[in-house]
Design a protein around this ligand. Sequence first.
Ligand SMILES: C[S@@+](CC[C@H](N)C(=O)[O-])C[C@H]1O[C@@H](n2cnc3c(N)ncnc32)[C@H](O)[C@@H]1O
Length: 278
Amino acid sequence: MSQEPPGGPPLRQAAVAQLLGALLAGTLVVLFFPAWATQPLILAGLQGLCAALVSHLRRGPLWWLPIHLGFMPLAVLALALGLPSWVWLAGFVLLLLVFGRTDRSRVPLYLTNAPASEALAGLLPAEPATMIDLGCGDGGLLRRLARARPDCRFVGFEHAPLTWAWAWLSCRKLPNVEIRLGDFWAHPLDRYTLVYAFLSPAPMQQLWDKARTEMKAGALLVSNSFPIPDVRPERSVEVADRRRTRFHCYRPAGPGHSSGYRPGPDGTGTYPWIPSRP
Ligand SMILES: C[S@@+](CC[C@H](N)C(=O)[O-])C[C@H]1O[C@@H](n2cnc3c(N)ncnc32)[C@H](O)[C@@H]1O
């Protein structure tokens, strides 16, 4: 449901570079280096070079270059380990169950740490509230928040089946947490006081459009690390953790009538439940 990058899904672009790299390497070997045809590791190295070149010419991201360079040589080396074939199948299925949708969502799996969870708890209003974690991963954030705020209700959406199962199992004894399997883009945001997103730069514009259409006045959108392009946050919160996590806080539908909003001289204003900047 996420917007597609120019050139198609990243996995397709990577596969095209690998295939064209193999064709180019094959042609070079047939025409100029026939003796290399019996040297799998040299062939794989040449294919990696050609794939990286094709990716670069097709304006693929720079960080793909080492992946293209190493993919086939590492595959050849791994084959030499002589592992039983089920190991490869099991590894593939495991990766598919966790990262199978990353190609389209362009949101990988990384988790909100404990200090950031604590800081987020400080952004919840003092009165009972409802919060959603868009892409809740292993549910660790919701577990911590649900224990800290038994008066609030927490919802998590996750579309990776294995990650969802982990989150569901680990939250099943918490009565104020609901973990749902599915795509959060299809879920309306109008019932939440706080919407939390820890995604990637790719879907931020789309998230802003959705939040502005669906969130109710006064509700808070908190994005961990990734700002909405060209939108000034109501405020930013820096967490004192090792990675210097930053929350970008927005009010997509503007201040609510009952939210206690206090307009400030610079036009941004404050809300009573958000602690002032130290
Ligand atoms: C960066 S992780 C954040 C995990 C969790 N929110 C946290 O902060 O610890 C993003 C998660 O969102 C999930 N995700 C990405 N797009 C999604 C979508 N459209 N619907 C449901 N889950 C999604 C990914 O599978 C991944 O587990």
